[in-house]
Design a protein around this ligand. Structure first.
Ligand code: ZN
Ligand code: ZN
Length: 358
């Protein structure tokens, strides 16, 4: 990792916006990309070198014009979004200069099956700002207007949390939660905490499960009715008691631990849903007969749509006071390596690490 001078993107190209990043959240996936562990992401050779940062709070420096203005003005092609980007499209910026924005980092292809049916979040050709394209860990960033969303008077830390919160909002959209339902959320890392918050805000009674007491405390603060951690059998008994012997109708797995899916399939009520958010490259063993026996819906959930992103802005805005406890570490841009070290080593007191830019 180096801190280096890069050329200024200059005026925005057609359909793009220039923003001034002010804070960037660092998450586990940033460390994976940094260390070359790109998992299922395709086209790995295009990833490096890369200016990372996909959980971005920024101020609009130049909102650009409409599609007719600007044209390809050239300039050093140091920015992320290339001219001719299908998602850069014609949409004029709907943000104004000086406005604080969060960045929905997803640039879908717009033409594949998931894109055609409104599920661009799983476009196999999508590109992510900060992953496939340069991201927020720089002083000026050019992005398509389609990626910038005004956040009103939200503070920079909270604004960096809109992106992780959008993952939770999408998981809840997949879950088709009914108000008053009991839901179990495995994992109380940033995504698990956001999921607990989103589920509780949507009217669910949530039990959050995590081995770390500090994280369980945060889950409670964000609306979990109960928090717990126990060996599998004990946990099963506890959850059975909580649900009058039926099992919860909804289980959401955010931990990425391979042993959790079999546990979730066992715990969930007949006719229930299991939503899998946690990423993992390992294999899990379970008995497929459980699916027909209990008629379980197992739903994967990945990234977020633009609509989820808007929902996440509202969720974060409504809960900014309780979310403030999540921002455990701050580093200036020049100390980004230390922020990544925390993302790698995950000390128990670390929840969200924020790099301040500019
Ligand atoms: Zn992230
Ligand atoms: Zn697509």
């Amino acid at each position: 990792m180096v801190i280096a001078d890069v050329s200024d993107p200059g005026p925005p190209r057609a359909g793009n916006v220039i923003v001034r990043p002010e804070a960037v959240g660092i998450c586990g996936s940033d460390f994976h990309l940094f260390s070359g562990d790109v998992g299922a992401l395709s086209g790995a050779r295009h990833f490096y070198p890369r200016i990372q940062g996909h959980e971005v709070s920024a101020i609009v420096a130049d909102p650009g014009g409409t599609a007719s203005g600007g044209a390809a003005s050239g300039g050093a092609a140091s920015g992320g979004a290339a001219t001719g980007d299908p998602a850069a499209g014609d949409a004029p910026a709907t943000v104004s200069q000086g406005e604080r924005v969060a960045i929905w980092p997803l640039l879908p292809c717009g033409s594949c099956y998931p894109c055609r049916i409104g599920r661009a979040n799983v476009c196999p050709r999508f590109r992510l700002v900060g992953v496939h394209l340069d991201g927020g860990l720089q002083q000026r960033l050019e992005v398509p207007a389609s990626t910038v969303f005004g956040v009103g008077d939200l503070d920079p830390d909270s604004t960096t949390f809109v992106e992780p919160a959008s993952i939770a909002v999408h998981a809840l959209a997949r879950a088709h939660l009914r108000p008053g339902e009991r839901a179990v959320v495995f994992g109380a890392g940033p995504i698990g905490l956001a999921t607990t918050l989103a589920a509780a805000a949507a009217g669910a009674h949530v039990t959050a499960i995590d081995p770390l007491p500090a994280r369980r405390d945060l889950a409670k603060r964000l609306g979990a009715e109960r928090v717990t951690w126990a060996p599998a059998q004990e946990l099963r008994d506890e959850i059975q008691d909580w649900t009058n012997g039926e099992g919860p109708p909804l289980v959401i797995e955010t931990s990425g631990e391979t042993g959790v899916l079999p546990q979730a399939l066992d715990l969930v009520s007949a006719a229930g849903r299991v939503v899998v958010v946690g990423m993992s490259s390992g294999a899990a063993g379970f008995r497929p007969g459980l699916f027909p026996e209990k008629e379980i819906d197992v739903l994967g959930s990945s990234c977020a749509t633009a609509e989820d992103f808007r929902g996440a802005i509202n969720l974060v805005r409504a809960n900014r006071a309780s979310l403030a406890a999540l921002f455990s570490h701050h580093f200036p841009l020049t100390r980004t390596a230390e922020a990544f070290e925390i993302a790698r080593s995950r000390p128990p007191d670390a929840i969200k690490v924020v790099v301040t830019v500019n």
